[in-house]
Design a protein around this ligand. Structure first.
Ligand SMILES: Cc1cc2nc3c(=O)[nH]c(=O)nc-3n(C[C@H](O)[C@H](O)[C@H](O)COP(=O)(O)OP(=O)(O)OC[C@H]3O[C@@H](n4cnc5c(N)ncnc54)[C@H](O)[C@@H]3O)c2cc1C
Length: 521
C-alpha cells in the first residue's frame, strides 16, 4: 500500500523536489533511495498567515510495491454505431460525444462556428476592434465558450458525475497532469485550443463526425418525437438529439419558443468585470509588498448579501486579461481569462448580483418565457450605447463607482480594444448598480485596498449564467415534452462552467443510451 505524507512547506521548498522527497523519506523513516515512486496528490496554498505555506500531499511507493497503471483511455470504433446528433461542441457537447463513443454510439457533432484554427483569426480581429462574426467569436466555434476561456476546472457540482475522470480525460488529451492534484486546477487560454482539437480528433478517429459551420436552424418533429434537425436546406436525422448550444445561442431559445417547445425563464446573475493591478491583489492576499519568485499570482473569492440579494465575485482570473465576449455588434459584453503562466500585470473577476424573476416581470407580457433573455439583452445594449467605437468598453474607476462620481481618466488595463470613461453607476438598472456598489464597499472592508483608484469596473458581465431553462425530466434527462430531445450543459440551465457542463454532457450521454436501448435504436 502506498503511504500518503502531507508536508507543510515554504513556497520555495515546495518547488524543490529533492528537498521535499528528502523530507518525506525522513518522515517515513526510510532512505530516499528506497522511494520507487512519489506522486503529488494534492497541493494547496495557505496564505492566511504572514508567511504563506504550501500544503503538499505525496503518495509514496517504496521499492517492490505495485505502482498505479499509467493513465489510459480506449475509445472504440463506432463507425457502424447508431447515430446520435449532438448540437454544439462546447464542453457539454464534447463530453457527450466522448461518452457516446465509449457506449458504442456514433456522435454527429454539429457546430455553427469554425475550427479552432480559423476561429483564432476571428478572435484576433475582435481584439483589434474588428466586426463580430455572429458565428465565430469567444462563445461560438470549436470547443464553444470553453476554448478561449480561462480553463479553471474547479466546480461545486463534483457529485453530479465523475470529476476525476473529466480531469483525466483532459490530461489524456494534452492538459498538464498537475490539474489532477492542484486544489484549484487551471489550464490557461494558451493551452486549451490544442486540447479541444485533440478531443475533436478522438471523436473523428473513432468514427464519429464533427461538422463545423453547420448551424442548426430548425427541428424535425414527428408525433411528439424529434427525429432530426435542419441545417441550411438539409435535414440531418438521428436516433436522438442532444442540445448543448450554450447560453449565448439566443436564436435556439427563440426557435424552441416559437415552435411551442417548452422553455422556462429562470433567475440568473449580471454585473461588471472588475480589474486591479495584480501586485495590489498580491499585496493584500500575501500580506507583503512583493509576492516574490515562488508564489503564484494571488486570487480571491468574495461574497456578501446586499439588500437581501447575493453579490459575489465569479471567474477570478489572476494574471489575466479582460476580453470582449459579445456575440454580435449591438452588445458590449466582457469576460476574463488568463494564460497558463498567469503572468499579466492585472487581476480581474466577474462581480455580479442575482437577477430575479420579479426584476423582469414587466417584460413578461410581451416576451413570456423569453423575458429574462430580453432583460439581459437590454443590459448589454445599454452598455453598448455607452461604449466607444467597436469593442471599446465603458469603464469607471472603482472608487468613483462606489462614490457615485465621474472618472476623469482611467488607469492602464489589460483590455486590448480599450476603454472609455462612463458613469456605470448612473446608467445601470438600480437593482443591479446599487447592490454592486454596496457589495464592492463591503469587499473593501474584507480586503483593505480593494476599493481603489487603480482599479476599474468594466461593462458588462452579463453571461455568467443562462436566463432560460430548457426543462427536462429528472429521471430520463429528456425534454419534458419532446421524446428524444436531450437538453444539456449551461445553455439548458443544468451547468455553470467547463467541468459541470462536461459532467452534465456525460450524464446526458448515458441517458441517451438508455433511451436508444429502450426503443431498439
Ligand atoms: C472568456 C471566458 C472565460 C471563461 N472561463 C471559465 C473558467 O475559467 N472556468 C469555467 O468553468 N468556465 C469558464 N467559462 C465558462 C465556460 O466556458 C462555459 O461555462 C462552458 O463553455 C459551457 O459549456 P457548454 O458546452 O454548455 O456551452 P458552450 O461552451 O457555450 O458551447 C455551446 C456551443 O454550441 C454552439 N452552438 C450554438 N448554437 C448552435 C446552433 N444553432 N447550431 C450548432 N451549434 C450551435 C456554439 O457555437 C458553441 O460552440 C468562461 C467563458 C468565457 C467566455
Amino acid at each position: 500500500m502506498p503511504k500518503i505524507i502531507t508536508l507543510q512547506l515554504s513556497p520555495k521548498q515546495a518547488a524543490d523536489e529533492k528537498f521535499y522527497l528528502a523530507r518525506a523519506a525522513e518522515r517515513m523513516g526510510i532512505r530516499q533511495s528506497d522511494i520507487a515512486l512519489a506522486r503529488v496528490v494534492k497541493r494547496s496554498i495557505d496564505a492566511r498567515q504572514r508567511m504563506a505555506k504550501v500544503n503538499l500531499s505525496l503518495e509514496i511507493y517504496v521499492d517492490q510495491e505495485p505502482q498505479p497503471a499509467p493513465l489510459h483511455f480506449d475509445y472504440p470504433s463506432v463507425e457502424n454505431g447508431t447515430e446520435v446528433i449532438v448540437v454544439g461542441s462546447g464542453p457539454a457537447g464534447l463530453f457527450t460525444s466522448l461518452r457516446l463513443i465509449e457506449l458504442g454510439f456514433k456522435p454527429i457533432l454539429l457546430e455553427r462556428g469554425k475550427s479552432v484554427l480559423s476561429r483564432k483569426y476571428d478572435i484576433a480581429q475582435i481584439n483589434r476592434g474588428g466586426e463580430i462574426n455572429p458565428d465565430s467569436n469567444y462563445a461560438f466555434g470549436e470547443g464553444g465558450a470553453g476554448t478561449f476561456s480561462d480553463g479553471k476546472l474547479f466546480t461545486r457540482s463534483k457529485k453530479r458525475g465523475d470529476y476525476n475522470k473529466a480531469l483525466q480525460t483532459l490530461v489524456w488529451h494534452g492538459a498538464n497532469p498537475e490539474i489532477l492534484y492542484e486544489a484549484h486546477p487551471h489550464i490557461g487560454t494558451d493551452k486549451l485550443p490544442r486540447i479541444i482539437s485533440n478531443i475533436c480528433r478522438t471523436i473523428t478517429e473513432s468514427g464519429g463526425k464533427v461538422l463545423f459551420e453547420n448551424k442548426v436552424s430548425g427541428f424535425v418533429l414527428k408525433n411528439g418525437r424529434i427525429t432530426g434537425v435542419r441545417v441550411g436546406g438539409n435535414v440531418i436525422e438521428g436516433a436522438a438529439v442532444v442540445l448543448a448550444t450554450g447560453h449565448s445561442a439566443r436564436d435556439i431559445y427563440e426557435m424552441l419558443y416559437e415552435s411551442g417547445i417548452a422553455i422556462e425563464a429562470k433567475p440568473f446573475a449580471m454585473g461588471v468585470r472588475i480589474e486591479h493591478p495584480q501586485r495590489l491583489i498580491d499585496s493584500i492576499q500575501y500580506h507583503r509588498a512583493e509576492r516574490g519568485e515562488w508564489l503564484p499570482a494571488a486570487s480571491y473569492s468574495l461574497v456578501s448579501q446586499e439588500a437581501g440579494r447575493g453579490v459575489y465575485s465569479f471567474c477570478m482570473c489572476p494574471g489575466g486579461f479582460i476580453v470582449p465576449a459579445m456575440t454580435d455588434n449591438s452588445q458590449s459584453v466582457v469576460n476574463g481569462m488568463s494564460p497558463s503562466g498567469r503572468n499579466s500585470a492585472f487581476a480581474n473577476s466577474g462581480l455580479v448580483t442575482e437577477v430575479r424573476l420579479e426584476d423582469f416581470a414587466h417584460l413578461r407580457e410581451q416576451w413570456g418565457e423569453l423575458a429574462g433573455l430580453r432583460y439581459q439583452q437590454m443590459f448589454e445594449e445599454l452598455a453598448r450605447q455607452h461604449s466607444g467605437e467597436r469593442q471599446v468598453a465603458p469603464a469607471q474607476r472603482v472608487s468613483d463607482f462606489v462614490a457615485g462620481r465621474a472618472s476623469r481618466s482611467l488607469p492602464r488595463t489589460s483590455y486590448i480594444p480599450g476603454l472609455t470613461a462612463s458613469r456605470l453607476d448612473q446608467w445601470m438598472p438600480e437593482v443591479i448598480g446599487a447592490r454592486l456598489r454596496s457589495g464592492i464597499a463591503t469587499f473593501g472592508k474584507k480586503m483593505k485596498g480593494f476599493v481603489s483608484d487603480e482599479a476599474i469596473v468594466v461593462g458588462v458581465e452579463s453571461r455568467t449564467s443562462t436566463p432560460v431553462r430548457i426543462p427536462r425530466d429528472p429521471e430520463t434527462l429528456m425534454h419534458t415534452q419532446v421524446a428524444g430531445l436531450f437538453p444539456a450543459g449551461e445553455g439548458a440551465g443544468y451547468a455553470g462552467g467547463i467541468v459541470s457542463a462536461a459532467l452534465d454532457g456525460e450524464r446526458v450521454a448515458d441517458a441517451v443510451a438508455r433511451f436508444c436501448k429502450a426503443h431498439n435504436f
